[in-house]
Each structure stands twice: as structure tokens, then as C-alpha cells.
Write a protein of this length. Structure first.
Length: 282
């Protein structure tokens, strides 16, 4: 495995600001530097079980990092432990993000179903309350009509009493008494006709109850149409999400291919640099 001199020739953008190396633990400033040099040395490609194995690679990384002003002074095993922790953190974040996405996908249909039931119940309660108000108004109107009919009867009785007094005072006029009796019969006939045409409370309540039932059925039908629209909308959004997922997968595949080509180019350049350095050393 090449020594740290080989990697020292490779250009690398290092932080320009310096700070006192008094901290004992890795910080957010040390981790990027460690990962940059690990990407250059590539310890995962080192041979296993040899003197130039993975520990040798991390010793090279530690020697390079010591040349960086302000970097934490650690040896190869400590850098390997930190590198493994960073890899585990990345895996943890990826798994956590996947779990959160799965939880959201599971909650969306359940929340939509709850919202649908809540809207349906609210519509039924609103329709029932409206029908009850209409029924109360109808019953109040029936009571007012009965009171008006009672007042008309009292007025008719008072008019009949006045005409009787007038008939006793004017007993000499038979024509007037005959006209009064005829008018009394007409009023009695009209009152009888009103009694025959009057609708009972039971019939009106039955009509109101039928109206309430039909209104509730109409509200349920309207709610069903809204739920059907919501279901179709949810299906459409699911298809759009699936299309976006396919697009993201294709984009990630393209990025992976581009990264593979870039790594191949870097390996070829490093191979050329090594061959060039070997020729210079000879």
C-alpha cells in the first residue's frame, strides 16, 4: 500500500481557518476531514489479514490527518472506530427515514377513512337538526291556526248575540229576523266545512316525519358522492406518488452510474499518478 507521501501529492481542499487542538472528542469539523482522507485512501479496498491491511490504511489516514492544523490527535484504531460509527449513523438515518415514510403511508388511508366517517356523521346530524327545526315550526303554525279558529268562533258567537238583541228590539220586522236566521245558517255551514277540511296533527306529523326521512336519505346520498370523489382523489394521488417514486428511482440509478464513472476515472488517474511516481523513484 502506498505511503502518506502519495496522497499528500493529491490536491485537497482543506479548511483555511485554524483552531487550538484542545478538544478530546470528534466534532463536526473533524468528521468531514476524516471522511475526505478516507475517500482518498479507500480503506475498504485494503487486503484483510496482511500487514498492509485495513489497520495499515487507517494508520496512513491518521498520519495524514496529523498534518492538518487543528485536527484531533488520534491514532489509526480511533479513526477506524469513528469511521465505523459514521457509517452506522448513515445506515440508522436511512432506516429511520424509511420507517417514517412507511408510517406516513399507513396513516394516510386511516386518516382519510376517519375523516370520511366524521363528515358523514356530521352531515346526518346537521340534516336531523334542520328537520327537527322545521317540525317545530310546523307544529307552532298548527297551534296558531287552532288559536285563530277559536277566535273566529268567539267572534261569531258575539255577532249572533248582538243580532238576537236586535231582533228582540225590532220584533215588528219579520224580514230582519228571517235574514238573521239565514246568515246564522250560512256561518254554521261554513264552520262545518272548515271542520271537514281540517287536517289532523297526526297527519301533519306523519308528513313532517316523511320529509325528515327523505331529507336524511338525500344527505346520505350527497355524502356518498363526496366520499366517492375523495376515494378517487386518493387513488389519483397514490398513482402520482408512485410515478414520482419511479422517477426518483431512475434519477438515483443515473446518479449511481455517474458516480461509478467518476470513481473509475479517479482510480485511473490514481493509477497513472502511482506509475508516474514509481518511474520517478526509479
Amino acid at each position: 500500500m502506498p505511503g502518506p507521501e502519495t496522497y499528500a501529492l493529491t490536491p485537497l481542499a482543506l479548511p483555511t481557518d485554524t483552531w487550538a487542538s484542545v478538544h478530546k472528542n470528534f466534532t463536526v469539523t473533524d468528521d468531514p476531514i476524516l471522511l475526505r482522507f478516507a475517500n482518498l485512501v479507500k480503506p475498504w479496498e485494503a487486503a484483510v489479514g496482511t500487514s498492509n491491511g485495513i489497520m495499515k490504511a487507517f494508520e496512513i489516514i491518521a498520519e495524514i490527518c496529523r498534518a492538518v492544523d487543528g485536527f484531533l490527535k488520534k491514532d489509526g484504531p480511533a479513526l477506524r472506530t469513528r469511521f465505523d460509527q459514521l457509517v452506522q449513523y448513515q445506515e440508522r438515518d436511512t432506516l429511520l427515514q424509511d420507517i417514517v415514510s412507511r408510517m406516513d403511508n399507513w396513516k394516510e388511508p386511516a386518516d382519510a377513512e376517519k375523516a370520511k366517517d366524521r363528515t358523514r356523521n356530521q352531515g346526518i346530524e346537521t340534516s336531523g337538526e334542520l328537520m327537527r327545526r322545521l317540525a317545530m315550526v310546523e307544529m307552532d303554525q298548527m297551534d296558531d291556526e287552532e288559536d285563530d279558529q277559536g277566535d273566529d268562533g268567539d267572534v261569531s258567537a258575539a255577532v249572533g248575540g248582538d243580532s238576537t238583541d236586535q231582533q228582540s228590539d225590532e220584533s215588528a220586522s219579520r224580514r230582519s229576523s228571517g235574514e238573521a236566521s239565514v246568515s246564522g245558517r250560512k256561518r254554521a255551514a261554513s264552520c262545518g266545512a272548515r271542520r271537514v277540511q281540517k287536517v289532523s296533527k297526526r297527519e301533519k306529523l306523519v308528513t313532517v316525519a316523511d320529509g325528515i326521512a327523505s331529507a336524511i336519505e338525500r344527505s346520505i346520498g350527497d355524502a356518498s358522492s363526496r366520499y366517492e370523489y375523495l376515494r378517487e382523489r386518493l387513488q389519483f394521488e397514490g398513482e402520482e406518488a408512485f410515478k414520482r417514486l419511479e422517477f426518483d428511482e431512475k434519477r438515483m440509478a443515473a446518479e449511481q452510474d455517474r458516480e461509478a464513472r467518476r470513481e473509475a476515472a479517479e482510480q485511473q488517474r490514481e493509477r497513472y499518478n502511482r506509475e508516474f511516481m514509481i518511474k520517478l523513484c526509479k
